[in-house]
Design a protein around this ligand. Sequence first.
Ligand SMILES: [Zn+2]
Length: 206
Amino acid sequence: MMADGCIQTSAKQKKRHPSYCIRRGIRAAVKCCGDGPEHNGGTGMSDKRQDYISWDEYFMGVARLSALRSKDPHTQVGACIVSSNNKILSMGYNGLPMGCSDDAYPWAREGKDELETKYVYTVHSELNAILNYRGGSLEGAKIYVTLFPCNECTKAIIQAGIREIIYAEDKYADSISVLASKRMLRSAGVNFYQYQTTGRKLEIEL
Ligand SMILES: [Zn+2]
């Protein structure tokens, strides 16, 4: 499946319909998804900015920004949950549960025993994003995440009713955890696809 947002209109389609909207598959002049520079309503009269970020860039950008909050020295993951009509519902990053000090708990991947590793304490970004949402149901939502979800987060995603995952990296694709994730997602009918980077870089003053 193609990422939404700035989808190039083919030359052939442009010739046929100057304002063809790929996402909706209909002429933009009739009803446009409203996203991307191609989508000016078919009038050719708009003077709006043309270099604004797409929905996909926006939500993956928020997920990436969230990841920067993580205290984990090795892995920073961010997630952004979005409603089916593109409203941001929640965000999360990998971190410790409330009340567990970032300075008192281990961030190591190896230790004398498992109790001295981060694995038994940290909450992953996807689960945090789900748990951070206090507004009701996440039924039908989608989640943008910078790394493919582990099997535990996948269970939570499925049970929360989230129907689509847009992930950036999949560097543990061969792991038991991710293989299990994909098996469960296929069984549950949850759609997942990789975010296609546009290569655009932003500089934000903080
Ligand atoms: Zn996880």
